[in-house]
Design a protein around this ligand. Sequence first.
Ligand code: GTP
Ligand code: MG
Length: 205
Amino acid sequence: MKIANSKIVISAAWKEQWPDDKIPEFAFAGRSNVGKSTLINMLVNRIKLAYTSSRPGKTRIINFYDIDGKIRFVDLPGYGFAKVAKTEKAKWGKMIEGYLSERENLIEVILLVDLRHKPSLDDVTMYSWIKTMGFNGIVIGTKADKVKRAQLPKNLNLIRKTLNMDSDDYLLPMSSPSKRGKYDFWDMINQLLEINGFEIKFEKQ
Ligand code: GTP
Ligand code: MG
């Protein structure tokens, strides 16, 4: 199935606004500016579905995107933005935690980390939390186009080590401008859908 239609369902500031149905959801978590919204746009071949910004800390709400009425991508608020007040940070934390722990539609939460940098303490905490919650612990390394080919294996290793990933945990390098990793990503979504008993399969987008 090729994606014909993707649209925003709702920008939810609170739980009562979450869509009330059985559509499976895949959530994207990660630091502000890591490239969550850009990745969602790339995956569905759209330039401006998910709001992106070079000024970090813009997405303070949970955005639900409908993909052909079959699945939803969920753009979680980015964490780790330094210029945000502590009370505001706590609010964001609660929002993310609330969604991840309570959402029945959620199939998988995917953690994004920047391939150029060592994961932050927040990333480590988030990853450990994701695994504790019983998710697979899938990590996307973003901005692969910014890393030299010879440097990439070292950075991938550092990410694995810092996050305490198991050797069989999935770490996929991706790049939004070059679309690197796009097919592998959709393969992974297809596999997760199959494992979870959904008869939905996406073609190469
Ligand atoms: P918040 O909404 O603040 O949580 O950030 P985000 O994770 O949604 O990041 P966003 O998608 O807005 O991207 C932040 C910046 O990184 C933008 O300027 C993007 O153009 C850039 N960017 C995202 N992905 C890539 C990538 O794969 N390669 C390169 N070179 N730049 C990228
Ligand atoms: Mg964003």
